[in-house]
Design a protein around this ligand. Structure first.
Ligand code: GLV
Length: 312
């Protein structure tokens, strides 16, 4: 008899879904009329959960007595209560590396879009404003300073791209990385004061929650831009709204929000923001590789083989 896998969010592409269905009895939770009842009916059989960004709640984990593995189709695992999973001996896998380049490219796109008013410019042409005069000037990237918060895999890929645009890169993180050529700032406020672009690439979760607050944004100042490709939880959204409304920073490029897919209403009418629907890894190639990792991790686990990308 096939083992049962519960998928909580629609992320896997058809090819990977097919392989999953060849090997498991699959429950697509978003298609169930009464998800709670489905979980209750199948709780003893569900041995695997496939998630992506939606929370895998403690309540869900506790409801599944035979759960062995959570395969997260994302590099971040801030949607999973790791302490609960660890205490139960439940394996957790994520999808690192395969999404690094695409996510870094979205970070770079936001930097460019803000500096050169790309989205604003598109709108300017479409609504016919060009007939009345030119778009206000943007700012040059050459020689500007970018501060990366979280110099992990994605942060490093962003740094490499920014350097190619002749920008000076510095970083902030939990600790100095001796093998990195960039200047390290232990204090985020100090770094924000020094940079023109603050690019958030750190992991989400309690450690970084509201890391970017009013003080940091104030330090970034009226000529500074914020780019967030990390998690919405890293920025205090209330503080961001206040500072944007008062032109306390020059603008913000956001791929992530605190309560996705909800985006604060106030942001929708602001000119100095570029808003994206969390598309860091959203290419066909990368989502295919992420899905393959999810499926291979599940198969490896139930074959008693080592996991490909266990989250430690
Ligand atoms: C996306 O945000 C991810 O964590 O993979």
């Amino acid at each position: 008899m096939k083992k049962t896998a519960l998928i909580i969010q629609h992320f896997l592409l058809p090819a990977e879904m097919k392989v999953l269905e060849e090997n498991f009895r699959v429950i697509r939770l978003w298609k169930e009329r009464d998800p709670e009842a489905t979980i209750q009916e199948n709780k003893k059989n569900i041995v695997a959960v496939v998630s992506s960004l939606l929370p895998v709640s403690t309540t869900l984990i506790e409801a599944l007595p035979n759960l062995e593995i959570i395969a997260n189709m994302a590099v971040g695992v801030d949607n999973i209560p790791m302490d609960v999973a660890r205490a139960r001996g439940i394996a957790v896998t994520n999808t690192p590396d395969v999404l690094t380049d695409d996510t870094a490219n979205v970070g770079l796109s936001l930097v460019l879009a803000l500096a050169r008013r790309i989205v604003e410019g598109d709108m300017y042409v479409r609504v016919g404003k060009w007939q009345n005069g030119p778009l206000p000037l943007g700012v040059s990237l050459t020689g500007k300073k970018a501060g990366i918060a979280g110099l992990g895999r994605i942060g490093k890929a962003v740094a490499k791209r920014l350097e190619a645009f002749d920008m000076d890169v510095v970083y902030h993180g939990r600790s100095k990385q001796e093998d990195q050529p960039y200047e390290y700032y232990e204090d985020l406020v100090e770094m924000a004061k020094a940079v023109d672009f603050l690019v958030l690439c750190c992991a989400g979760g309690p450690e970084t929650e509201n890391l970017v607050n009013y003080k940091v944004l104030e330090a970034l100042g009226p000529k500074g831009f914020l780019v967030n490709i990390a998690r919405g939880s890293v920025v205090n959204e209330e503080d961001l709204l206040i500072i944007l409304r008062n032109q306390g920073i020059a603008g913000a490029g956001l791929d992530v929000f605190a309560a996705e897919p909800h985006v604060p209403e106030a942001l929708l009418t602001m000119d100095n923001v570029v808003l994206l629907p969390h598309i860091g890894s959203a290419t066909f190639e990368t989502r295919t590789e992420m899905g393959q990792l999810v499926v291979r991790n599940l198969l490896a686990h139930f074959d008693g083989e080592p996991l490909l990308t266990p989250y430690q």
